[in-house]
Design a protein around this ligand. Structure first.
Ligand code: NAD
Ligand code: ZN
Length: 357
């Protein structure tokens, strides 16, 4: 499928086993006369041999992954390798990894020589359904997450669900919550398919997982094609992220995997919507059931509500002092409201089990 954004087209390829066909796919899209792979030691140990074979050799630039290393120092290490190897305007970066590698390598590609071609081979579920699509790249600053970045659309994204077989269960689950998010914002069918096939999905049965990834990418691609820079529509992708980001920030990105925080955020948004009479309680219950089915989430009972509210206020989603909050009005439909009061938020967070006062 194609994503049209920033005056160019990115093509997303999804298929079982296509990681073996990276070179011809890159050739078909004229990606780089010279290709520089950026990956991490963990990913390379698991999948390096296959990727190297598929790309016809070449030493990768390995940077440590983990949120801690998504910073300018890692970007600088990529620049260094590129400069030493004489990478030029005609070169391309092929990012092989999860969201951390994709965002970091993507930022290097966006800025090296004012921008070289980028291709993504995402290896986590979160990267396959979310971070590799849409062109946001960037790194963290010591003072905050994702503060340094750019829009740089990849020429190609190559998604092979088989690469997910080695993904730890918790990482897999974390990505799955984002798939649930796509169901909530745009596709009752996707929602039902996950709810009805949880076992096959957790078994990473590609015949069920592949279509769910495809549907997720389609939704993100459509939204991004209409609103690359998040001036309106793209905000619906932030469903569950208002409270989710605050939970991550308050716990210093250590307690939750991203998707886990988003799971809480979606529950909070659904509760808020029910309290406002915008969502039927049975839809909220369906969401709660699905999230509960995946297994327990990290605890939140010790997190003070005022700290979460402060973190929400500092978030990028506050525009001209007003908090934009995406709420679901049914499974597969959302609206944005900007008149959520602190009292409402407090009540929602208390019902979610956070600590008052
Ligand atoms: N650019 C965007 O639009 C966007 C969207 C959402 C999230 N993000 C970013 O993505 C990042 C999170 O990405 P993530 O969840 O993929 O985390 P990650 O990149 O840290 O990967 C998670 C872990 O999985 C391991 N791993 C990766 N692939 C594996 C595989 N196939 N088998 C076994 N282990 C594997 C990694 O080594 C790592 O330890 C965050 O920094 C977030 O800000 C960006
Ligand atoms: Zn997210």
């Amino acid at each position: 499928m194609d994503v049209h954004a920033g005056g160019r087209t990115s093509t997303i390829w999804i298929g079982e086993g296509i990681a073996d066909r990276i070179a011809p796919l890159l050739d078909a899209h004229k990606v780089g006369a010279r290709r520089f792979i950026v990956s991490s030691p963990v990913i390379w140990r698991l999948h390096g041999a296959q990727i190297q074979r598929a790309l016809g050799g070449g030493e990768p630039i390995l940077i440590a992954d983990g949120e801690r290393f998504k910073n300018l120092q890692s970007v600088s290490r990529i620049y260094e390798a590129l400069i030493r190897e004489g990478a030029d305007r005609g070169s391309a970066i092929v990012a092989v990894g999860g969201g951390v590698i994709g965002d970091t390598a993507g930022f290097a590609a966006a800025t090296y020589l004012r921008g070289i071609t980028l291709a993504h081979v995402p290896t986590t579920l979160l990267a396959q359904v979310d971070s590799s699509v849409g062109g946001k790249v960037g790194v963290n600053h010591a003072l905050g997450k994702n503060l340094i970045g750019a829009f740089h659309q990849p020429a190609v994204v190559i998604i092979d669900p088989l690469l997910l077989r080695t993904l730890p269960r918790r990482e897999f689950r974390s990505g799955l919550y984002e798939v649930v998010k796509y169901g909530m914002i745009a596709s009752p069918d996707l929602f039902d398919r996950i709810a009805g096939n949880t076992k096959a999905i957790f078994a990473r049965d590609a015949s069920v997982l592949g279509p769910a990834i495809e549907e997720s990418c389609r939704i993100k691609a459509e939204v991004v094609s209409q609103d690359e820079r998040e001036s309106g529509l793209r905000r619906i992708l932030n469903y569950g992220h208002t409270v989710g980001h605050a939970l991550e920030a308050v716990t210093k990105y250590r307690r939750f995997r991203h998707g886990e925080a988003i799971a809480y955020g979606m529950l909070a948004a659904a509760d808020l919507a029910v309290a406002r009479g915008a969502l039927a309680d049975r839809d909220r219950q369906a969401l709660t059931r699905l999230i509960t089915q995946f297994g327990p989430l990290p605890p939140v009972a010790d997190l003070p509500i005022p700290e979460i509210i402060d973190a929400i206020r500092r978030d990028k989603k506050v525009v001209h002092g007003r908090l934009h909050f995406v709420i679901a009005i049914g499974i597969g439909a959302t609206t944005t409201v900007d008149d959520v009061t602190e009292d409402e938020l407090r009540a929602v967070l208390a019902r979610l089990g956070l600590k008052s006062g």
